[in-house]
Design a protein around this ligand. Structure first.
Ligand code: FE2
Ligand code: FE2
Length: 177
């Protein structure tokens, strides 16, 4: 594919910017619970490390937004609130729920990045390389989450579906406005 559709390109950058920021907010919410009410240093360490990767991802999209003189999604304040709440809530439920949250989100994002890669042409090599790299990081996060105890049985399967549906709605909105 030669050229990336301009409208699709803007959608890609806007939604990825929102998503990476959302990921940081979820981890901030989880760390808030882990720094106050819940005590799990091992989990805290895992989350802090993944958050560092998300910061790197966000920085890249922030730079792209500025460079291309784009506007981020109008929904950032709402996503921030939902992200922190989701993070806090899942961490309060315990390690299994906190890690399921990561696994569920990353499964959506892995697909999301994969779909985007198909739409990016040779005129946007840098963007493509970065999204490929970020996708690998997210797959890693997913694997870390399962290793740390993410579970999809019983009640957790409902949580998984809710988080996935919510993430997809946020993606659809953030692509457009
Ligand atoms: Fe990320
Ligand atoms: Fe991630």
């Amino acid at each position: 594919m030669e050229k990336t559709d301009k409208k699709i390109l803007e959608e890609i950058i806007r939604v990825d910017h929102a998503g990476e920021r959302g990921a940081i907010k979820i981890y901030e919410g989880q760390l808030l619970a882990l720094n106050t009410i819940k005590n799990d240093n091992q989990l805290k360490h895992i989350i802090e490390e993944m958050k560092e990767h998300e910061k790197e991802h966000l920085q890249y999209f922030e730079k792209e937004i500025q460079k291309r003189k784009m506007k981020p999604t109008y929904f950032l304040p709402l996503w921030d609130l939902i992200g922190v709440s989701l993070g806090f809530g899942t961490a309060m439920l315990g390690k299994k729920a906190a890690m399921l949250c990561t696994a569920s989100v990353e499964e959506v994002i892995e697909n999301h990045y994969q779909n985007q890669l198909k739409k990016i042409g040779d005129d946007e090599k840098d963007l493509k390389t970065n999204i490929e790299k970020f996708k690998e990081d997210e797959v890693n996060h997913k694997n870390i989450a399962y290793k740390a105890g993410a579970s999809k049985t019983g009640f957790y399967s409902i949580m998984d579906k809710m988080i996935k549906t919510g993430s997809k709605i946020a993606i659809n909105i953030s692509e457009k406005i």
